[in-house]
Design a protein around this ligand. Structure first.
Ligand code: TMP
Length: 212
């Protein structure tokens, strides 16, 4: 399997992941590589249904474990039916959130503990991790402002959590990036999207010398 380019994007709410994924996709396309852009929760039909349960406010308060199991369930479908086949076919896979979101949100944010979340993932989905993870950094208070587009977009169930929850997620991401500096690249997500994209591409060219 060519799993060289399994690249995930992570970050707090409103960190601009989808814009940056599109710009990075353009970069890979210009290099003549086939790409697949996908996201979690989601990426498959059942995964999208699970996403609805997870982010729709009508679900109310879910138990932390329920949230984790739903994340793992959608990931199982996504990994086996979409991500692995695409990597096998030699595609560059650009994924908006993956395993690290579970560690940050359910592990640190909900307090299940990073180790417990890692163990649950490994137990059922193995130890296969992204080749590279772009962590877009924005202060949670600023990110949440961005996420509701100046009051025009309703926040979803997760975005509506109190600021303290989002601060825990943010701190969790920073700890994770510090623990695995060879996999994570930390990028300041505030500013002109094109300039942010250039920083990401610079970091990618440093890691994957064959793309230069
Ligand atoms: P999105 O809005 O960036 O697509 O993400 C949907 C929400 O799901 C976001 O609040 C983060 C959350 N999430 C988790 O809590 N755990 C996970 O494992 C994943 C993939 C997402």
């Amino acid at each position: 399997m060519n799993d060289r380019y399994f690249i995930t994007f992570e970050g707090p709410e409103g960190s601009g992941k989808s814009t940056q994924i599109k710009l990075l996709q353009d970069f890979f396309k210009a290099k003549g590589l086939e790409t697949l852009v996908t996201r979690e929760p989601g990426g498959t039909k059942p995964g999208d249904s699970i996403r609805e349960v997870l982010i729709n406010k009508s679900s109310g308060n879910l138990e932390a474990e329920t949230e984790l199991f739903l994340m793992l369930a959608q990931r199982c479908e996504h990994l086996r039916k979409v991500i692995n086949p695409a990597l096998k076919a030699g595609k560059v896979v650009l994924c908006d959130r993956y395993f690290d979101s579970s560690v940050a949100y359910q592990g640190y944010g909900r307090g299940l503990g990073a180790q417990k979340v890692r163990k649950a993932h490994e137990e059922f989905l193995g130890d296969f991790l992204p080749t590279l993870t772009v962590l877009l950094q924005i202060k949670p208070s600023d990110g949440l402002k961005r996420a509701n587009h100046g009051g025009t977009k309703q926040l979803d169930r997760m975005e509506c959590e109190e600021l303290a929850f989002h601060e825990k997620v943010y701190d969790g991401y920073n700890k994770m990036a510090e623990a695995e500096p060879e996999r994570f690249i930390k990028i300041d997500a505030v500013g002109d999207p094109k300039i942010i994209s250039n920083h990401i591409i610079e970091a990618i060219l440093k890691r994957f010398k064959e793309l230069r």
